[in-house]
Design a protein around this ligand. Structure first.
Ligand code: HEM
Length: 412
């Protein structure tokens, strides 16, 4: 008997220029006509674009695996096409193996742990804004380095390397494969920064410090000591998760608030509304637009015949615009509640860093609104990441504002 045909077939590529030019319209077109469909781009993958199919697949890890399998080439399993990166833990594991590792990560990312990081987050935010506040102009992308430096410092890596880590992860996830910048990232930066991480891991084994890497090297996995390679895989994922996503959320929010000054005024006058507003910005902007799984057992999913080995794209960004779940889904309502967006994912792999991401976004947006309340953005000069398929965001956001005083001593 021949294998069932994959259908319906659509013309779609989340990494194409057409998609990058209008991600919302591109997803709307497939979601409203064929919410589960097969595209032949990148050697073929299923595109899940309505809320229900994304939700169902994300919660069914017996069918939709996050593991590194040979299908779809080599590299990070949760993106299409796979990008050259070392294995990430726990995002590339399935239950039950996944659980022990996730518990280890949960302890350092739980609300109480993030509470203890608040002072560091606030200090870095103040410092980054201090660097530009007297001049009256900046590129917001530089100010938005806060999530990267917080993550790198919290882990115990050299804080001075924050920009290199941030650039590396942005390029491997949003750059154009084969371009000079992509090659430099994969061939030079990745090995060099990996080597630095490995050296730090070995150093913390020899001499403990007060940081996340020290905590990680002391863990046990089912009665045996965790290996350096496992610590490396967790650290790499925390760097990848911590650097780009929050920066993307904040950058898109700042541009939008410049274009919607009434909402900006409301948030300046009512800072207590920011927490709920951040959930809505998360829904609307979906910093991580879509992630992938691999089918590990033949299944009839939402009427479509999926076969073992098929790659599947779960479009969080599109699920967030599903009108059957979110009224006026294409509008931002900062009071929207409840707000069951999928921007942190769904199911067992739901973002481990969500509390940290929220805390860093809150610190940055609130301090920018407080210290640069009249900022304007040069919309003509905005530059987006080359590809918008996995992570969306800006490479440059030139801004002007009324200068103000520094808060920290000049030599801080
Ligand atoms: C606005 C900020 C953020 C967004 C939008 C975001 C988005 C996501 C998404 C969509 C997933 C699900 C992955 C999947 O289903 O395959 C995820 C997982 C993860 N994120 Fe985040 N993330 C953010 C911030 C952070 C931060 C700050 C960290 C840590 C420093 C972090 C660490 C992780 C980790 C470790 C996982 C894997 C969890 C697992 O596999 O169990 N994220 N994130």
């Amino acid at each position: 008997m021949s294998a069932p045909r994959r259908c319906p077939v659509i013309s779609f590529d989340h990494n194409s220029q057409t998609h990058a030019d209008d991600t919302v319209g591109s997803y709307r077109a497939v979601r409203t006509s064929t919410p589960v469909a097969w595209t032949t781009a990148h050697e073929g993958y299923w595109v899940l674009s309505d809320y229900l199919s994304v939700f169902d697949a994300a919660r069914d890890d017996e069918t939709f695996s996050s593991r590194r399998l040979p299908h779809g080439g080599e590299g990070l399993a949760v993106v299409i096409p796979k990008t050259p990166m070392h294995r990430h833990i726990p995002i590339e594991l399935d239950p039950p193996e996944f659980r022990t590792f996730r518990k280890i990560v949960n302890r350092i990312t739980a609300p109480a742990a993030v509470e203890r990081m608040r002072e560091m987050i606030d200090n870095y935010t103040t410092w980054f804004i201090d660097q530009v506040i007297e001049s009256g102009e900046c590129d917001f992308v530089d100010v938005i380095g806060v999530p990267a430096i917080v993550t790198v410092d919290w882990l115990g890596l050299d804080a001075e390397d924050w920009k290199r880590y941030a650039d590396l992860h942005r390029t491997t996830l949003s750059g154009v494969p084969g371009s000079p910048a992509f090659r430099q990232a994969v061939e030079v930066e990745l090995p060099e920064l990996s080597e630095r991480m490995r050296r730090t891991i070995a150093a913390r084994r020899a001499e403990p410090a007060d940081d996340v890497i020290t905590y990680l090297v002391q863990q046990e996995i089912d009665g045996r000591p965790i290996t350096d390679e496992e610590v490396f895989a967790i650290t790499e994922l925390l760097v990848a998760g911590g650097t780009g996503t929050t920066a993307s959320l904040v950058s898109q929010t700042l541009v939008w608030l410049y274009q919607h000054q009434d909402v900006r005024r409301t948030l300046i006058d009512h800072p207590e509304k920011l927490e709920r507003a951040i959930e809505e910005f998360l829904r609307y902007f979906a910093p991580t637009q879509a992630l992938a799984r691999t089918v590990v057992q033949d299944v009839d999913f939402h009427g479509c015949p999926m076969q073992t080995g098929d790659r599947v794209l779960l479009a969080w960004a599109s699920a967030n615009r599903d009108e059957s779940v979110f009224e006026n889904a294409d509008e931002i309502d900062i009071e929207r509640w409840p707000n069951r967006h999928t921007s942190f994912g769904v199911g067992v792999h739901r973002c481990a860093g969500s509390h940290l991401g929220r805390a860093m976004s809150h610190a940055l947006i609130s301090q920018i609104l407080e210290r640069m309340p009249d900022y304007s953005v040069d919309l003509e000069a905005l530059r987006r990441y080359p590809q918008q398929g996995t992570n969306v965001g800006f490479q440059s956001i030139p801004a002007r504002f009324t200068p103000g005083p520094r808060r920290l001593p000049a030599d801080a």
